[in-house]
Design a protein around this ligand. Structure first.
Ligand code: 5GP
Length: 119
């Protein structure tokens, strides 16, 4: 699947539309999900143009991968989530209901989250 540079997260990265920023570095941007599913619901996206984990895991450089995964952990750390815990979700493709075709990790926290899958 080719990268669509008009997807909503590409627009956020370009500053074309606003976001509620939580963390940013050279490799990644973290911001609050517009439709929070938990008291804490933050998205972490790489700055590079990767459709999904399938794309990123093959085509990203080692530096981009390291930078991105450090940013996921750093975002959770700065949000103070390490003591009580948090859940990471990266929906990939149709069966997982990936809506936005730019790789993103959801960080969910702030309450006991229940079973991993609702059904
Ligand atoms: P997916 O289903 O692709 O894993 O998750 C996409 C997520 O992006 C959803 O949780 C949705 O609420 C969030 N989202 C979609 N559009 C926007 C937006 O314009 N701003 C923000 N902050 N989140 C968005």
């Amino acid at each position: 699947m080719a990268y669509d540079s008009n997807n909503v997260f590409a627009m956020i990265l370009r500053g074309d539309i606003p976001c509620d920023k939580v963390y940013e570095d050279e490799f990644a941007l973290s911001f609050k999900d517009i439709n929070a599913q938990a008291p804490v619901h933050v998205l972490v996206i790489p700055k590079g143009e990767y459709v999904s984990m399938a794309d990123f895991s093959v085509n990203a450089s080692a530096e981009e991968m390291t930078g991105f995964f450090r940013a996921v952990g750093e975002t959770a750390r700065e949000l103070g989530l390490e003591d009580d815990g948090y859940r990471l979700i990266a929906n990939t493709g149709a069966n997982a209901h990936q809506e936005v075709p730019h790789l993103h990790f959801h960080i969910l926290a702030g309450r006991k989250l229940g079973p991993m899958l609702s059904r």
